[in-house]
Design a protein around this ligand. Structure first.
Ligand SMILES: NC(=O)c1ccc[n+]([C@@H]2O[C@H](COP(=O)([O-])OP(=O)(O)OC[C@H]3O[C@@H](n4cnc5c(N)ncnc54)[C@H](OP(=O)(O)O)[C@@H]3O)[C@@H](O)[C@H]2O)c1
Length: 278
């Protein structure tokens, strides 16, 4: 795929991360085309990367092998409908828009429903090449197109295939919204440490490095997070006291309730976003 033409519709944060990752991975920037209505976005993008930029989506998308829809979910329907008349059945469409379902995108881009589409749920750490992306393909996507999609998203982090699209709501609740849960926990830990007498800078550094170290340890270990937790909890020690307090406050039930609320909202938004404008 290193020689194919890839077009991004929308040149915002996520497109920029993917483009940076692709170029770092050896993809020829001259094969990357980006459309964005905002002249400042286009200027800043081309000042950073030697890619082609356009103010017209149709011109950018012409004869592309892969089209990445990187606009806001609310903009995707009108963008896809305008691209539909020139859509080629050989091309692959990748949507990174949160919430939009494969069958809705297919109806908008290809009324004959022959488009090969991969729906991706990335998350914010993709902006620092540490994302977690769940990928879900419709049945028109070939094995080679799956490989191309994986290569693209791997440039900004880890990828996982989801075979049943209904699981995308759980994915959204876990990894899509997940960074915010960890930010909240870090915020609360930092605040508590400050109230216990640490200066803010020390509290922040110790807290962030602890979160990073715990995630790195878990990623590099073959044992479960439960086992890792048990290993650092000595009977009668300090960690045990904190964990008992979390359990007494029913942290697990609260986490489950929160993820279910996020998944329910994801389902609702998908229904709303999937309705035809006309
Ligand atoms: N950022 C994340 O961490 C994250 C995580 C998961 C999923 N996503 C998904 O990724 C997608 C992009 O998010 P983002 O954060 O990159 O958003 P963003 O920074 O707002 O980028 C979207 C870009 O699309 C441009 N645009 C607006 N209308 C357009 C049109 N008709 N044709 C072409 N371009 C158009 C916007 O220009 P203006 O600014 O001038 O409107 C903007 O530059 C969203 O669908 C989002 O759900 C993002």
């Amino acid at each position: 795929m290193k020689n194919g033409k890839i077009t991004f519709i929308g040149g915002g944060n996520m497109a920029r991360s993917l483009i940076g990752g692709l170029i770092t991975d050896g993809f020829n920037p001259q094969n990357i085309h980006v459309a964005d209505p905002n002249p400042d976005s286009r200027q800043s993008l081309t000042a950073t990367y030697p890619v082609h930029s356009y103010d017209c989506n149709l011109t950018a998308a012409q004869d592309c092998d892969i089209l990445v829809l990187a606009v806001k979910p609310q903009q995707l329907q009108s963008v896809a409908r305008r691209l539909a008349p020139q859509w080629s059945a050989d091309a692959l469409l990748i949507s990174i828009a949160a919430g939009l379902q494969l069958e809705d995108i297919a109806r908008w881009i290809s009324p004959s429903n022959t488009a090969a589409i991969v729906r991706v749920m990335p998350n914010t750490p993709a902006l620092v090449q540490a994302g977690a992306s769940a990928l879900c393909a419709n049945h028109h996507v070939s094995p080679a197109q799956r490989d191309h999609t994986e290569a693209l998203l791997r440039a900004v982090g880890t990828t996982v295939w989801i075979e049943n699209e209904s699981q995308m709501d759980a994915v959204t609740a876990l990894s899509g919204s997940g960074p915010a849960y960890f930010f909240l926990l870090m915020e609360a830990m930092e605040q508590a440490a400050i109230e216990m007498g640490l200066d803010p800078e020390t509290a922040r550094l110790l807290c962030l490095q602890t979160a990073f170290g715990a995630a790195k340890m878990a990623l590099e270990s073959s044992v479960s997070t439960a086992t890792l937790r048990e290993r650092v909890t000595s009977p009668g020690g300090t960690t045990e006291q904190a964990l008992k307090t979390f359990e007494a406050g029913d942290l697990r039930a609260l986490v489950k309730k929160s993820l279910i609320a996020a998944a329910d909202q994801s389902q609702l938004l998908a229904q709303q976003l999937g309705q035809d404008d006309d």
